[in-house]
Design a protein around this ligand. Sequence first.
Ligand code: GUN
Length: 292
Amino acid sequence: MTIIDGKEVAAAMKRSIAEEVARMVADGAKAPHLVAILVGEDGASQTYVGHKEKCCNEVGFRSTVVRLPGETTEAELLERIAGLNADPDVDGFIVQLPLPGHISEQKVIEAIDPRKDVDGFHPVNTGRMISGLPSYLPATPDGILSLLRYYGIETAGKHCVVIGRSNIVGRPMANLLSQKGWDCTVTVCHSRTANLREVVASGDIVVAALGKAEFVTADMVKEGAVVIDVGITRVPSDKTKSGWKLLGDVKYDDVAPRCSYITPVPGGVGPMTIVSLMQNTLKAAKGEIYPK
Ligand code: GUN
């Protein structure tokens, strides 16, 4: 059994992005500029945005965080987005989710210029991805593909079971793995799936992205399967200084001995998502998806 080390892969990919940025800047280009809009005081969102800023600094990007109060109206946020869409100094931007309940996330996502949508959440980018056209790929599925590539994990002809059908993980993951080059036979499981345990147990590759701590148990996993755990649920713990710890969607200690490869939580998929965001921002700066 091999433990997939997301921290190592992320560090290697960040080094290569940093080298490319250094070359671009030496050749007279400006450094890629990523902006994050953060509305309100959500603790997890503040942590994510902090990580994104740090990562931008590490790879040589410019980074700006626009912090708006939780009472910001939808109209005010849409106005900010229009400003960033029009600002030639900004290569890409994201609006950190979740947003306060009075703001429509869908309206916000659709207000972002697809050319600057480095989260890859705009329907234009989703549509391009599904059509197999160049597009910004959503960070978590893209990070998982990078892990599979780095470890040389065979996917062609394999049965991949994706648990969860969210717009940002399950659905795009299932679509990408079915595309040419990855060539999986994909099954998507969700809350209404019949015989879910049996379906998961037939997977050569299992991507657990349903957001339920330790949902996938050893009896649901085929011997030799590749298990990718996207879950991050915070639970109270008296063993950590912070008073909480992170659990994945997979009961790791029981499942790991059955696997050929498995991602731990933390340190598996998590560190990869920011790298994917950096790659999308670099593509935006270079006009790789949408020529400037
Ligand atoms: N909240 C949690 N993950 C993400 C992400 O990848 N992008 C945005 N915009 N918000 C998030």
